[in-house]
Write a protein that binds this ligand. Structure first.
Ligand code: XMP
Ligand code: MG
Length: 173
């Protein structure tokens, strides 16, 4: 495995798009406070940047769910960590690194919806619409991408590459 020589999405484009998303989200929620429900681990850098770019009140919490083993989607979703925030009556924005089959997001949406939030929406930095096997779609998408495995800016392959400032394609050699 090796990385693409140039980023698929460079750090400048990521930063600009995160600012745009934050402005859009801040406008949509107006005076409301939101809970950024960050899906660990891949979304941690995106959520940190998004949180700091919002101009509305926001708290942050985390959820960890796993549907992936290496580069293969297993189809099962297990919760490894659940938010400590009392979700009832809150405006929840789920922050995903990447929407692939949609199984992870569907399972998290179902779990959160059952806790009685005032609203729940989904924000994904990256979206692979061609891979979807569920009806889930994101309310806010950073960048639609093709059916390729990507790493960097929080996203990993077997825990590596999260530290890269840009998003790269992982190529099999
Ligand atoms: P599903 O299929 O449930 O998967 O939408 C979402 C989760 O799968 C991981 N994933 C990736 N991770 N590069 C990664 O580093 C990718 O191209 C990729 N595609 C899916 C990721 O953890 C995501 O939250
Ligand atoms: Mg991963």
């Amino acid at each position: 495995m090796r990385l693409s020589d140039t980023p698929l999405i460079d750090a400048v484009r990521i930063a600009a798009r995160v600012r745009q998303l934050a402005n859009e989200i801040s406008a949509d929620y107006a005076q409301s406070e939101i809970v950024l429900l960050t899906v660990l681990k891949g979304s941690f850098l995106f959520a940190a940047d998004l949180l700091r770019a919002l101009s509305i009140g926001a708290t942050i919490d985390f959820v960890q769910a796993r549907s992936y083993d290496g580069t293969n989607s297993t189809g099962e979703v297990h919760f490894l960590y659940l938010p400590e925030t009392a979700i009832a009556g809150k405006h929840v924005l789920i922050v995903e690194d990447i929407l692939d089959t949609g199984r992870t997001a569907a399972a998290i949406l179902e779990h959160i919806a059952a806790l009685g939030p005032a609203s729940v929406r989904l924000c994904a930095l990256l979206d692979k619409p061609a891979r979807r096997v569920t009806a889930v779609s994101a309310d806010y998408v950073g960048f639609p991408i093709g059916d390729e495995f990507v790493v960097g800016y929080g996203l990993d392959y077997e825990e590596r590459y999260r530290e890269l400032p840009a998003v790269y394609t992982l190529l099999s050699e």
